[in-house]
Design a binder for this molecule. Structure first.
Ligand SMILES: Cc1cc2nc3c(=O)[nH]c(=O)nc-3n(C[C@H](O)[C@H](O)[C@H](O)COP(=O)(O)O)c2cc1C
Length: 171
């Protein structure tokens, strides 16, 4: 699948089949996530890959925005190593770029994904921390629920192009 097709095909998938995601597929998604651009090339990310169904269920009960985790094959949590960043105002952009790369790679593998907003919501971050604690200086950024879609048509392309949002040379 080319990049244009993957961008158009990616949709938030919240209903998953019970098909497993292979170790090789996980490796591809993580490799692509780590190809994202970062301010000063700092690559502040770590990735927690959760496939344990008990932990997925615990997360789904704890997070009102993450109920679909109970049926997901995997959850990949992106966390920031804050000790590694010298421009603290820019790291959320690094982490967001990586999250998007991961999701596009998932789509190219026909794996469904949905971004679960975590940073900077203190309540959500604390709930995740209560289940998977982090060493000092690490901070939750985002979570991605992953699984093959229950219904392939959930990948349906919706055209979001809006020419009124484009401004040439001046606003
Ligand atoms: C920063 C961010 C946080 C999001 N948080 C959640 C979330 O907590 N739960 C959820 O179900 N979807 C979440 N989404 C997915 C959006 O709801 C979804 O991208 C949007 O409705 C557009 O639909 P699409 O992804 O299918 O194009 C989030 C997306 C982004 C970019």
């Amino acid at each position: 699948m080319d990049i244009f097709e993957a961008i158009k095909k990616r949709r938030s998938i919240r209903k998953f089949s019970n098909k497993e995601i292979s170790k090789q597929e996980i490796d591809v998604m993580l490799r692509m996530a780590m190809q994202a651009p970062t301010a000063r090339g700092e690559k502040p990310w770590h990735f927690i890959v959760i496939s344990d169904k008990v932990v997925l269920k615990e997360l789904s009960y704890a997070l009102s925005n993450g109920r679909m985790l109970a049926e997901a094959a995997l959850c990949i949590i992106l966390v920031t190593d804050k000790a590694s960043v010298t421009s603290p105002d820019l790291y959320p952009q690094d982490m967001a770029a990586s999250t998007q790369n991961l999701m596009l790679a998932a789509t190219a593998l026909n794996i469904g994904s949905v971004w679960l907003g975590t940073f900077p919501n203190k309540e959500r971050m604390a709930k995740v921390e209560s289940i998977i604690s982090l060493p000092d200086n690490f901070e939750y950024f985002s979570m991605v629920a992953l699984g093959y879609p229950k219904d392939e048509s959930d990948f349906k392309f919706i055209d979001k192009y809006d020419p009124s949002r484009i401004h040439y040379d001046r606003f």
